[in-house]
Design a protein around this ligand. Structure first.
Ligand SMILES: Nc1ncnc2c1ncn2[C@@H]1O[C@H](COP(=O)(O)OP(=O)(O)O)[C@@H](O)[C@H]1O
Ligand SMILES: [Mg+2]
Length: 236
């Protein structure tokens, strides 16, 4: 397949961490633009590592094209403006002194006017259920609140592709419902790493199952989730 309508085109991607731990051992993955894909797999499967490759935070060996662009130094800024990445741990994401600054960051980067920044931050905080927290320090929030702020900071601008690493982990039931409602209403390409199989079934027609740094299956979510023997073998 050589297709510019692919949002993600990965061939034979290998990556080991500096301490020698192998994390990706030949990942092949093609995702069409507009698709919603759940990425499932046990702890240590390589889900987060794979996601960190999609906006160039990690560099393995192999071929990666994102939104039709090869992941080269010269394309990186363009790719990052169009790809929103929610880290698994909000502590890896949040770095500004106030919630407002945190959520405003991507909007400022995208060249929004002062007025547009204020509107976009207000909207994103509202959607994340965190209005009123603008002046708080992101570090001094609960895990679920940090997750909501991190999400707001990703959703503050329009993204052609959203990469969300365990977005519902740590959220309370109301937060999880709000997240699901919100994601259901977006039409960007969506890649969601999750252990929340109900979220996968509700939001994502496609599922990619990975284990040991390799894609084991890529197909209809309903088929994969119905294969209980496979899920059990995967540690799910
Ligand atoms: N910073 C790191 N240094 C060394 N090894 C790591 C690091 N982060 C993850 N790993 C290892 O890489 C593999 C894949 O991890 P990860 O991508 O986080 O899996 P998942 O997100 O599916 O739980 C695991 O074996 C994990 O222990
Ligand atoms: Mg992970």
């Amino acid at each position: 397949m050589d297709d510019n309508s692919l949002a993600i085109d990965i061939r034979d991607l290998h990556f080991s961490y500096p301490d020698g731990t192998p994390a990706l051992e030949g990942v092949d993955l093609q995702v069409h633009e507009g698709a919603r894909v759940a990425l499932i797999g046990p702890n240590g499967a390589g889900k987060s590592t794979l996601m960190l490759h999609l906006n160039g935070l990690l560099h393995g060996q192999g071929f990666i094209r994102v939104l039709g662009m090869e992941l080269t130094e010269s394309n990186l800024a363009t790719i990052r403006r169009q790809v929103g990445l929610l880290f698994q741990s909000p502590d890896d994401q949040l770095f500004m002194p106030t919630v407002f600054d945190e959520v405003a960051f991507a909007a400022l980067n995208a060249g929004y006017s002062q007025q547009q920044v204020h509107e976009a931050v207000g909207r994103a905080l509202d959607v994340a259920g965190m209005s009123g927290y603008e002046k708080r320090h992101p570090t001094n929030l609960s895990l679920g609140q940090k997750k909501r702020i991190a999400l707001a900071s990703v959703l503050v601008t329009d993204n052609r592709m959203l990469i969300l690493d365990e977005p519902s982990a740590g959220l309370d039931p109301a937060g999880r419902r709000a997240l699901m409602g919100l994601l259901a209403g977006l039409d960007s390409t969506l890649i969601v790493a999750t252990h929340d199989l109900d979220l996968a079934a509700t939001l994502c027609p496609q599922t990619v199952a990975i284990s040991g740094g390799r894609v084991l299956r890529h197909g209809d979510t309903s088929e994969i989730l119905a294969d209980t023997a496979f899920l059990r073998d995967c540690g799910l």
